[in-house]
Design a protein around this ligand. Sequence first.
Ligand code: SAM
Length: 245
Amino acid sequence: MEERESGVMLWLMPADPSALPTLIDTPDGSRTAFNARFGEAYGSRFGAAGQARHVFVEGTDTHTHPTPRVLEIGFGVGVNFRATLTDAARRGVPLEYVAYEFDPATSEVLRAVAEGNEGTEHPAWTALLEGWPTLPTLTVEAEQVRLTVHFLDVLTADLPQAWASALYLDGFSPDRNPEVWTPEVAARLAGALAPGGILATYSAAGRVRRALAAAGLSVEKRAGPKGKREHLRAVREPLPPLSGQ
Ligand SMILES: C[S@@+](CC[C@H](N)C(=O)[O-])C[C@H]1O[C@@H](n2cnc3c(N)ncnc32)[C@H](O)[C@@H]1O
C-alpha cells in the first residue's frame, strides 16, 4: 500500500466500528483521527499539522499569496483548513476556501482533533463547529474568511471553473480511495485551477503523477514532510503576459 501510513495504522482500528474514531497524537503536538471506513488515518502520524503546512499551505504557495482561493478534496477533520486559516490570519490576507466532503466526521471529532491547536480561536472555526454539518452546503463568513463546505461526492459535484489559486488533493491513499486519483478526476481538478494555480498532494505515486501530467499540469516532485521522502505539486500554465500595446 502506498502513501498515507504504509498500512501500519490498522492496529488502531477500534474494536467497535460504531465507536468514536480513535484520536491519534502526532509528534508535532497536533492530532489526527483514524477513519474506520477507509482503514486509514485522516492525516500524517508523523505530524498532522506539519504535513498540512508543508504539503498543502507551502506546497501551493498559499503562504505567499495575497488573496488565496483554496479548493480542497476532502475536508476530513479540518487540519488543512486550520493551517491555512492560521497562515492567512497571521498575514492579514483574505481567504476563500471551498471544500468537498462526502462522509463528514462528527463535530465532536473535529473539536477533539483541534483542541488546543492552531486556528481554534478564530471565529471562522467556531462558526464552522456550530453549523457542522449543514447539508448540502455549509457556508461560514467571519472576519476575512469565507469557507464553503459542500457535503457532496466530488466525483459528481460541479466544481468551480478556473477559480482556485491552490488545490489540496487530499483523499485517502490511492490504494484505499482510488476513485479520487483517476485521470478523469485529475482533468476536472485541472479545470478548477486558475491559470498559474497550483495543486498539491501528499502522494508521490507514479499513477498520480501521470494522471496530473495527462491533465496538462506541470508536475514536480518536492521534498516531503517529516516521515515521507517526496510529494507532488502540479502547476496550471499561467496566462501569457499582456503585450505592451
Ligand atoms: C485524508 S482525508 C482528508 C483530511 C483533511 N484534508 C484534513 O485536513 O483533515 C480524506 C477525506 O476525503 C474524503 N473523500 C474521499 N473520497 C471522497 C469523494 N469521492 N468525495 C468527497 N470526499 C471524499 C473522505 O471522506 C475524507 O474525509
